[in-house]
Write a protein that binds this ligand. Sequence first.
Ligand code: NAD
Ligand code: UD1
Length: 332
Amino acid sequence: MKVLVTGGLGYIGSHTVVDLLNENYEVVIIDNLVNSKIDVLDKIKKITGKDVTFYEYDLCEKEKIEDVFKKEDIKAVIHFAGLKAVGESVLKPLMYYKNNLMSTINLLEVMKDFNVKKIVFSSSATVYGEPKSLPIYEDFPLSTTNPYGSTKLMIENILEDLYKSDNSFDITILRYFNPIGSHKSGLLGENPNGIPNNLMPYIVRVATGKLKILSIFGNDYDTVDGTGVRDYIHVLDLAHGHVLALKNPKTGLKIYNLGTGLGTSVLELVTTFEKVTGVKINKQFVERRKGDVAACYAAINKAKEELGFAPKYNISDMCQDSYNYVKKNKDI
Ligand code: NAD
Ligand code: UD1
């Protein structure tokens, strides 16, 4: 079966493409390289020994998507492509709304025209805003605090309305918690542009000496040690969730949390990182970061029951693999 993976050269997309190829799917990628590098394509081929068809196209150009659907016998789509930096989205909201919404609407229109009705969409735990209690279930109220998050919620709404209008669509919305880690080969991983905003990319750069000190945003939260708690999930487990979503016999519109269901504080993550790598992390406590919630972790019962989702990797594996990636890639 031929699957179109948009954003397939990005962090989560590339790991998912590897998993798909290992499961004998044929893969076509569309990516405009706005936040990824072309050498990822060779790395995917090196890991899997398999070929991928790649189109360096921007999804905001609808005729480019049509071109791909004309040439390829696409049966399903996994839609990762999008801009994802929260801070940047606050500074450049129009760029985020334009890119994330226009690309998705174009894609859905072309899918409808070509009668391809199966799509898996990358949403985020950010759509839960400040959760009313923990763990977070899929039916919790939704709200957002920044334009990036709003694009995710708007796309969820678009998909729901599309499904109401045409229930031959088969739509899976996956709400990711905090993906970290990298491929075991050290060839694929997360390499954000500029100074990272997210915790693990920052920790690994302090470990390699590229950055001097980790600022921990707040130590006065009502959590186990006062620092923020999140549900970190290994990107390999997250990637596999997409393969399970494609294989899911249940059709219709489905929404699943993908996390581990376990909360880890910033200090717990740093301590584990130090233990498994043997590298000490310079750190200081600073003010809370605006917009952060104290704690956020998923209930994953639904993904477990309906998808057979069962994360394999623990926090130590995630720390080891994240570090392995930066050690093997000196330019990071
Ligand atoms: P990423 O930036 O590494 O990958 C996204 C890819 O999409 C990039 O390769 C980029 O070049 C491509 N892209 C962006 N706009 C495009 C366009 N208009 N046309 C074609 N290609 C385009 O991000 P990621 O971490 O792999 O995230 C993948 C998806 O998951 C995103 O939609 C993101 O919002 C969502 N998500 C990510 C996280 C996370 O922590 N990484 C958490 C929740 C949700
Ligand atoms: C952030 C985004 C969220 C997005 C997710 C994945 C914000 C407010 N939220 O989530 O919308 O879906 O990334 O891209 O930006 N921390 C530090 N020091 C750092 C970095 C982070 O202490 O240098 C702490 C944070 O306060 C938080 C935890 O580490 O408690 C995780 O932060 P991060 O990796 O940025 O993820 P989220 O805040 O969960």
